[in-house]
Design a protein around this ligand. Structure first.
Ligand SMILES: Cc1cc2nc3c(=O)[nH]c(=O)nc-3n(C[C@H](O)[C@H](O)[C@H](O)COP(=O)(O)OP(=O)(O)OC[C@H]3O[C@@H](n4cnc5c(N)ncnc54)[C@H](O)[C@@H]3O)c2cc1C
Ligand SMILES: *[C@@H]1O[C@H](CO)[C@@H](O)[C@H](O)[C@H]1NC(C)=O
Ligand SMILES: *[C@@H]1O[C@H](CO)[C@@H](O)[C@H](O)[C@H]1NC(C)=O
Ligand SMILES: *[C@@H]1O[C@H](CO)[C@@H](O)[C@H](O)[C@H]1NC(C)=O
Ligand SMILES: *[C@@H]1O[C@H](CO)[C@@H](O)[C@H](O)[C@H]1NC(C)=O
Ligand SMILES: *[C@@H]1O[C@H](CO)[C@@H](O)[C@H](O)[C@H]1NC(C)=O
Ligand SMILES: *[C@@H]1O[C@H](CO)[C@@H](O)[C@H](O)[C@H]1NC(C)=O
Length: 514
């Protein structure tokens, strides 16, 4: 039984290979020596690198776009689920783990060209490219062009852009998807469509609604944005003292609403040597004189000094933000090997009003007790507050001070350690309940969290759905936009071929199915 589906699928690909123009795809099955390395190369969360983690039937690595329509047709006719993997950074491993034993990975890493056209400030980027490659490609053409995307250079275009994407240019230019103008996708019928032929509904859906519900994204056309020749960055630490609470309280007041949109200050709260600590990391689209006078007026509590400020090209600020050592050459951005690999759990929240000082004291105390999980605040406001919530599937626009990320990292293998650290992360999330968004408690799709509506054990080999799971995660990730996503899904993929543990469901109402 097991081999026949595989053999049948391979036969089906071979029968259709005349469509491939002689270009060969690579198929790795558990019997081929390359299987483990192909699987592990793009596992970015070691929680899913365990022997107990569910494994795919095989891995298909297309080397030409013509392989993809055939893979879809053959997967359909052989009852196999496709998991598309571009950069493999999904927090819950959804691009390479499945609750279904009958799945394979369509690994896009070979399809990774980045073509920048400075004449119209645009670029076509393939799904398998990394953000670092995109940034590097832009920097090779100009010092005054950039792209508003994520901070980690090994993140893949396919998952990042389809999921919304954000980075430190968000307050000035909005999300990644606010700067995408075209796309190419292979749909469930195996057709290669661009924005014009797929229509505005599907284009809207794959710019923030997640790719895994709608098809296989081949590439996006992005719009470059302007940055000054030199930008200013800083990273300063403050540890717990009598004014710490006041400092964090003030941050919440100024970071989104009072500072100009050309200044983005991320706040990371953690615990070091048993004491609360804060790190403020900033990108300022201007020089340090202006930054200092601005900070002295609007946020003097931080006590920023000239010596904290570093002037550099935008592309160097990408390395700075990714925590590369000073002086690292920008070619490091094209490496597909991450700087570190750990086991991890992430969760997200939205902050709508400042946490009062008493609340901050409570959270600080709990963080010291829990030790591991840290909180990262990414300020909103600026351009984010101007874009209407229905412009893209991502709904969290005006009215937010910051998105909060919960993060626990650990080195120990095994389910026991995983359960321990996941529990700590969930505890902190519970303690934060009174201070964050409610009805719904909003969440960010790119910060995938299977606690929302679904629950998979830490080893990733079985998923337990709560009832109406989709209604829970759908509303948290997309709020009012969820309904439109369901309509589009029902229209473009009525038999729910493209699916995963948190995909957009097909509507059960007959009138919507056409
Ligand atoms: C270290 C790290 C740092 C991060 N930093 C940021 C950040 O700064 N900003 C931010 O917004 N996010 C950030 N993220 C989250 C990241 O944006 C998401 O995890 C994103 O989905 C990763 O894309 P990927 O292609 O690498 O992932 P994958 O795991 O390959 O894919 C993620 C999801 O998208 C689907 N998918 C992937 N490719 C395609 C395709 N071609 N067609 C259709 N569906 C597809 C997958 O099936 C899966 O459901 C970070 C993640 C990590 C691990
Ligand atoms: C492949 O083609 C052969 C010969 O035409 C046919 O007998 C077989 O059924 C096909 N198999 C699949 C899986 O399409
Ligand atoms: C993933 O697991 C395999 C098999 O146990 C191991 O050889 C490999 O080193 C692991 N990868 C990482 C990055 O730890
Ligand atoms: C980039 O250009 C190359 C060479 O012309 C082409 O093969 C590739 O498909 C292009 N990539 C995209 C995403 O358009
Ligand atoms: C705390 O803030 C007050 C003013 O609000 C200031 O006078 C004092 O020097 C600060 N203390 C420290 C340790 O920074
Ligand atoms: C964490 O584990 C403790 C001890 O087992 C348990 O009481 C608690 O409910 C767990 N918390 C969460 C949020 O899972
Ligand atoms: C899933 O993982 C758990 C924990 O390692 C293990 O006990 C269980 O047998 C696994 N289940 C399957 C179906 O592999």
């Amino acid at each position: 039984m097991k081999t026949s589906a595989e053999d049948g699928f391979i036969q089906c690909l071979e029968n259709n290979s005349k469509l491939f123009n002689g270009v060969v795809f690579l198929l790795h099955t558990p019997k081929t020596p390359s299987f483990s390395s192909s699987l592990q190369t793009y596992i970015r969360n070691l929680r899913f690198n365990e022997s107990t983690t569910g494994k795919p039937r095989f891995i298909l690595t297309p080397t030409h776009v013509s392989h993809i329509p055939t893979a879809i047709i053959c997967a359909k006719s052989h009852g196999l689920q496709i998991k598309v993997r571009s950069g493999g950074h999904d927090f819950e491993g959804l691009s390479y783990v499945s609750d279904s034993p009958n799945f394979f990975i369509l690994d896009m890493f070979n399809l990774r060209s980045v073509n920048v056209t400075l004449e119209d400030d645009s670029a076509w980027v393939e799904a398998g490219a990394t953000l670092g490659q995109v940034f590097y490609g832009i920097a090779g053409k100009s010092n005054t062009r950039a792209f508003p995307a994520g901070v980690c250079p090994t993140v893949g275009v396919g998952g990042h852009v389809s999921g919304g994407g954000y980075g430190n240019l968000m307050r000035k230019y909005g999300l990644t998807v606010d700067n995408v103008v075209d796309a190419k996708i292979v749909d469930v019928k195996g057709r290669i469509l661009d924005r014009k032929s797929m229509g505005e509904d599907l284009f809207w859906a794959i710019t923030g609604g997640g790719g895994s519900s709608f098809g296989v994204v081949l590439s996006y056309k992005i719009k470059l944005v302007r940055v000054p020749n030199r930008v200013t960055v800083f990273s300063v630490f403050r540890t717990y003292d009598e004014n710490f609470t006041h400092l964090i309280y003030r941050y919440q007041k100024v970071a989104a609403d009072e500072l100009p949109e050309k200044l983005f200050i991320r706040l990371i709260l953690d615990v070091a040597n048993g004491k609360n600590r804060a790190r403020f990391v900033a990108l300022f689209l201007g020089n340090s004189e202006n930054l200092l006078s601005l900070m002295n007026r609007r946020f003097p509590e931080l006590g920023l000094k000239q010596k904290d400020c570093i002037k550099m090209r935008w592309i160097e600020s990408v390395l700075f933000w990714a925590d590369f050592p000073t002086g690292t050459p920008i070619t490091a951005l094209v490496s597909r090997v991450p700087q570190v690999l750990v086991h991890f759990k992430r969760k997200s929240d939205y902050l709508k009003k400042p946490i009062p000082k008493s609340g901050l004291e409570f959270i600080f105390k709990k963080m010291v007790e829990l030790k591991t999980p840290l909180l990262t605040f990414n300020p909103y406001g600026g351009r984010m507050a101007e874009i209407p919530p229905e412009a893209k599937p991502f709904p969290h626009r005006g009215g937010n001070i910051a998105k909060i990320q919960y993060a626990a990292n650990w080195d120990e293998k095994g389910i026991e350690a995983a359960n321990y650290y996941i529990n700590l992360t969930r505890m902190l999330y519970e303690y934060m309940t009174p201070y964050v968004s409610v009805n719904p408690r909003e969440a960010f799709l790119c910060y995938r969290d299977l606690d929302i509506g679904t629950n998979r054990n830490a080893a990733g080999n079985g998923t337990y759905y709560s009832e109406d799971a989709a209604a829970v995660y759908g509303v948290k990730y997309f709020m009012d936009n969820f309904k439109r996503l369901v309509k589009i899904k029902t229209k473009v993929d009525p038999h729910n071929f493209f699916r995963d543990e948190q995909s957009i469901p097909v509507s059960q109402e007959d009138e919507i199915i056409i």
